[in-house]
Design a protein around this ligand. Structure first.
Ligand code: CO8
Length: 258
């Protein structure tokens, strides 16, 4: 169905694997379009509650945007590439109502790290290496990296990573807060599945409200507290709220995903 992706749906989890191992899973235009479609359809599928994003092979998550594709672009084409990519993939992921876990199984560089950072949760294998090497190519991170890296690790560390174009190891990424967990590569997907199964025990509609509220903190001209109040109020009209509170009062586990 896709030229550059593998998609597996199992036990309410969609695992999307970027499958261009010979190019270290670099993001060409077609892959970005396919990721958009695969993410959209997983997000719209009520039988899917969590999306896991990973790269094929044991070397690379995503080694960046496909350099061959934009090497001779003009100013206008460069701007358009960044804008389209952000719309189709990076902002799109961040604003999905289904949580996305990036399982970073190797290099996450440039657009690859930006893809992981646009995801809601990141876990990494111990061999993962992360960086934004764009200035070494004469460009800057154009898929949201200058914004999201500062949000995750603070401006000082983000500046150092961007200006030096260097790679950091998984353990440093963990201590900097860039990833939530580091495990051996064999355990990476299992770790992501364990987090997913904890998420799946909870209300999908409440999680979607939580995503909108958390994201509101990072949107210009939006008062996150007001969004939180509104989203909180809306929860009271959901069947999940009835189920969650009734289950608590009846001293049983809530069953949200019938
Ligand atoms: N694009 C295209 N091809 C790539 C990329 C990439 N980003 N990364 C690796 N490849 C290809 C290589 O060209 C090589 O192909 P071939 O065998 O045909 O020569 C194959 O993958 C294997 O790579 P290497 O032989 O280089 O493998 P090594 O183990 O020696 O090195 C590295 C691994 C260190 C990851 C190295 O491949 C590398 O430095 N890659 C480039 C990393 C990089 O600079 N990424 C950032 C790209 S720019 C970017 O992401 C911009 C995002 C914002 C864009 C906004 C709109 C434009």
């Amino acid at each position: 169905m896709y030229n550059n992706l593998l998609v597996e749906n199992k036990e309410m989890i969609a695992t999307i694997t970027i499958n261009r191992p010979k190019q270290l899973n670099a993001l060409n235009k077609e892959t970005i379009q396919e990721l958009h479609e695969a993410l959209k359809s997983a997000n719209e599928d009520v039988s899917i509650g969590v999306i896991i994003l990973t790269g094929s092979g044991d070397k690379s998550f995503v080694a960046g945007a496909d350099i061959k594709e934009f090497a001779d672009f003009s100013i206008a084409q460069g701007g358009e590439l960044a804008q389209k990519g952000q719309e189709l993939l990076f902002d799109f992921i961040e604003n999905l109502s289904t949580p996305v876990i990036a399982a970073v199984n190797g290099f996450a560089l440039g657009g690859g790290l930006e893809l992981a950072m646009a995801s809601h949760i990141r876990v990494a294998s111990s061999n993962a290496r992360m960086g934004l090497p764009e200035v070494s190519l004469g460009v800057i991170p154009g898929y949201g990296g200058t914004q999201r890296l500062s949000q995750l690790v603070g401006r000082g560390k983000a500046n150092e990573m961007v200006f030096t174009a260097g790679m950091i190891k998984a353990d440093d990424a963990l201590s900097w807060g860039l990833v939530n967990h580091v495990v051996e590569q064999e355990e990476l997907l299992d770790t992501a599945y364990k987090i997913a199964s904890k998420i799946l025990a909870n209300s999908a509609s409440a999680i979607a409200s939580a995503i909108r509220s958390v994201n509101a903190n990072f949107q210009d001209g939006v008062n996150g507290y007001e969004v939180e109040i509104e989203e909180f109020g809306k929860c009271f009209g959901t069947s999940d709220f009835k189920e969650g509170t009734t289950a608590f009062l009846e001293k049983r586990k809530a069953n949200f995903r019938k």
